[in-house]
Design a protein around this ligand. Structure first.
Ligand code: GLN
Length: 487
């Protein structure tokens, strides 16, 4: 069944002519037809366009183009609906954009296409990437393939579901405070948030520009390395992308982990951490220690301020970024010809509750009189959090923790309690504030058969070490090979 394959398994079969790109793409499309009405991973997809791309890939394979030159030739990859694909719908999980189609292509999409990928489908998400459960999608809540009464995490919920339920070979998501790692953890796949500046944000609809990064969700660590190698690198169109060479992440997978030191932050042993999650993560760290790494306790003293600082900085940036949705340039327009009324009515009708809450909060913390007390203060806390990490990374190479304090919760359980929802990001948010890299990999299951994720955090541009530890652990375990039965 081609749709169940990883990127490396699939490309080997395509190269050996055991499979075609068309068969693979059809297999993914059939899988979507079979299960997506239960999962809601996709907002939309264009089957004809996907098949046309697959035919072109098969032609290229027949012409002798090889995977050395185009590492993703014939591989279907689905995209979070916040990343621009030319001539395809771009909704950001919101009603406000109406039937807007993107007139241009994100840099990451161009790079994936250059590598031969088949770009298909728009993946469900929390509106404008604000949320941790995909319940804030203006269309429909995505569901966890391990238990369809539960959330898949968010905001890249659709991206995690599509991969975990084998509807796509891999996907792209975006991570502002955990939105790649947390859904990957709750759905049992691999999610990589690159260092800020590693991947171009050109064509990613901005939520909080100083925190946002695009990254891959995949079935294993090798696939994450393959994707990062392709999408990483400097881009003239994103001045925050860093002109730094992209290392060979695939080679890095087999890096020696025996000389590495792993840190366990003592502040992460907090109330709210589910005992089953804790014991799986403890066991995973022990396994990594047995593989030769040295484990020691570290301190990240400003951890308790991370959520507060994040929800000031992220909402402040969001309030500015989302000002562009004014009914004039994009999407839907409501109200009268009077521009002030039109603007008010369009935003009032177009944005959902959570987005409005954040715009109001962000506007408040930026308003004169409160700016110093909230925004500037949060920026200072951000610096302290970054310094905590940089200091810790003088002592250790990698920091290990749970990705999420609990496994997937029930749909509806936290939706009316935004603070509870915000707390579910406690382990992921700091990496964005500190601009470092992180990955979530499967490390166990609860007694109720829900996946648990191990988060590994690395130095700025330390993705090679991160991937080598993740890969070594994965080689020694089989959690990542388990798949849900969707029924
Ligand atoms: N859950 C966090 C938020 O709602 C993170 C979202 C994200 O990473 N896009 O802001």
């Amino acid at each position: 069944m081609p749709h169940t394959l990883t990127i490396h398994e699939l490309t080997a079969k395509l190269a050996a002519k055991e499979l075609t790109a068309c068969e693979t793409t059809r297999s993914c499309l059939d899988r979507i037809t079979a299960v997506d009405s239960k999962l809601n991973a996709f907002v939309s997809y264009d089957a004809e366009d996907a098949i046309a791309q697959a035919e072109a890939a098969d032609q290229a394979l027949a012409d002798g183009v090889c995977h050395k030159d185009k590492p993703l030739l014939g591989v279907p990859i689905a995209i979070k609906d916040v990343i621009a694909v030319k001539n395809q719908p771009l909704s950001c999980g919101s009603k406000i954009l109406g039937d807007f189609n993107s007139p241009y292509e994100a840099t990451v999409i161009r790079k994936l296409r250059d590598a031969g990928a088949i770009i298909f489908g728009r993946l469900n998400m929390d509106e404008f990437a604000m949320g941790s459960s995909t319940e804030n999608s203006a269309f429909k809540p995505a569901r966890n393939p391990w238990d369809t009464d539960r959330i898949p995490g968010g905001s890249s919920g659709g991206s995690a579901v599509a991969v975990a339920a084998d509807e796509s070979i891999a996907s792209l998501g975006s991570d502002t405070g955990g939105s790649i790692r947390q859904p990957a953890s709750l759905c049992g796949c691999v999610g990589l948030k690159p260092t800020y500046g590693r991947v171009s944000r050109f064509g990613l609809v901005a939520y909080a520009s100083s925190l946002d990064q695009i990254g891959p969700l995949t079935k294993d660590t090798r696939d994450a390395a393959t994707m990062l190698k392709i999408i990483g690198g400097h881009d003239m169109r994103d001045s925050t992308s860093v002109p730094r060479e992209v290392p060979d992440y695939i080679e890095a997978l087999d890096g020696d982990i025996k000389s590495l030191k792993i840190g366990l932050p003592k502040e992460y042993q907090m109330a709210g951490l589910d005992p089953e999650v804790k014991s799986s993560v403890d066991a995973a760290v022990l396994r990594i220690e047995e593989l030769g790494a040295e484990v020691r306790e570290i301190s990240l003293p400003h951890t308790e301020y991370a959520i507060a600082a994040y929800y000031i900085i992220a909402t402040a940036e969001a309030s500015a970024n989302l000002a562009r949705f004014d009914g004039v340039r994009y999407g839907q327009r409501f109200g009268s010809a009077d521009p002030i009324e039109m603007n008010r009515d369009t935003r009032g009708a177009g944005f959902g509750e959570e987005v409005k809450r954040r715009i109001i909060l962000g506007t408040y913390v930026l308003s004169s009189g409160y700016y110093d007390a909230y925004y500037i203060r949060a920026q200072k806390v951000r610096t302290l959090i970054r310094e905590d990490f940089l200091k810790a990374f003088e002592e250790v190479d990698i920091i290990a923790s749970p990705t999420s304090p609990t496994a997937a919760f029930k749909i509806g359980e936290k939706v009316d309690d935004p603070l509870q929802m915000y707390l579910s990001d406690i382990y992921t948010i700091s990496a964005n504030l500190a601009s470092i890299c992180g990955i979530s990999i499967p490390c166990g299951f609860t007694s109720g058969n829900l996946p648990i994720g191990l988060q590994l955090l690395g130095r700025p541009f330390g993705e090679e070490q991160l991937l080598s530890v993740a890969h070594a652990y994965e080689q020694a375990t089989d959690w990542h090979t388990r798949r849900p039965t969707v029924n």
